[in-house]
Design a protein around this ligand. Structure first.
Ligand SMILES: [Zn+2]
Length: 301
């Protein structure tokens, strides 16, 4: 599949985001909220995961975030740990946010009985499994890393594509080929390419949200086919950041001026929390971390 996506690269370079550099727009300043891996269930703690603490932590985050004039708040996946009923404990708290709110699909959001999996999207107010948010001259591309996965591929076609990708990667003995990770279908990759072309045409900046990392210090939590997505990202100068969750320890890697930031998991701490606000300024993103999350200043390339 890597071969296939590379065929698109020469075309992408021709129509990349550099094209309209002479017409630099003014970028409005705004702020968003970021929460990741709330991962609630009414379960005993396991290791450093304190599941029953999550509703109180989410409530505290909502209270703090509501003190900021946020354009929107995004949860980066694994809103629940398991069990469809778990959504009912945390969704009303999440809905207390005054800002617009968005969910990214995580692997644990599909840890429900098979018959209820098709209902997960409506439960999380997700119309399309992957989608974009266009605001303030930014295009925020929200990926579904469970598109091809053991837990989240729901149609016969996606299950078949999952098997093919899994087989392809297992031959290469990849460290991220874990059942709790997942991958992007070719259909989704082509959609991403189209989104990037539209961003280029409209002179928008681009940020990615995904539950799974695509570049990190260690590959083990990465999207199965992260290399295909990286090939795309590397080609477009309009891409400025990639935010994800999944690895509760968090992490940060920079490549070619693109910031790959893994937000720490809210569930993964005995007596603290983890969430953030991100202020978008003309030249920089300012992450203000709460609890375990670090504050950072990230220069926009
Ligand atoms: Zn996860």
């Amino acid at each position: 599949m890597t071969g296939k996506i590379l065929l698109f690269v020469p075309l992408l370079i021709l129509i990349g985001c550099n094209q309209k550099k002479t017409n630099v727009p003014k970028f409005p300043e705004f702020e968003i909220g970021v929460v990741s891996d709330c991962q609630y269930c009414n379960c005993d703690s396991s290791g450093a995961r304190f599941y029953r603490e999550s509703p109180a932590r989410l409530g505290h985050a909502v209270k703090i975030l509501n003190e900021h004039p946020l354009d929107y708040t995004i949860h980066l996946g694994d809103f629940i740990d398991r069990g469809f009923k778990s959504f009912d404990s945390v969704t009303p708290i999440w809905k207390g946010l005054k800002s617009e709110k968005y969910h990214v699909l995580g692997n644990h959001d599909f840890s429900v009985v098979d018959s209820l999996k098709p209902l997960v999207f409506e439960k999380m107010d997700i119309e399309d499994r992957y989608y974009s948010i266009i605001k303030n001259k930014w295009r925020f591309i929200v990926l579904d890393g469970n598109d091809l996965s053991v837990h989240g591929a729901l149609t016969p076609a996606k299950k078949q594509q999952t098997d093919s990708l899994y087989q392809l990667l297992s031959d290469k003995n990849k460290s991220n080929l874990k059942s709790w990770n997942g991958g992007l279908s070719m259909e989704q990759l082509l959609w991403v390419e189209n989104e990037l072309n539209m961003a280029a045409a409209n002179n928008e900046r681009v940020g990615f949200y995904c539950h799974f990392p695509t570049l990190a210090e260690s590959d083990s939590h990465n999207l199965w086919n992260y290399e295909q997505l990286l090939t795309l990202i590397d080609t477009y100068e309009c891409v400025k950041f990639y935010f994800n969750g999944h690895n509760h320890a968090g992490g940060y890697v920079e490549k070619n001026g693109v910031h790959y930031l893994n937000f720490k998991g809210m569930v993964e701490t005995k007596d603290s929390t983890s969430f953030a606000t991100v202020a978008f300024r003309k030249d920089s993103l300012f992450v203000k971390g709460y609890g375990r999350e670090l504050s950072r200043s990230l220069k926009i390339r």
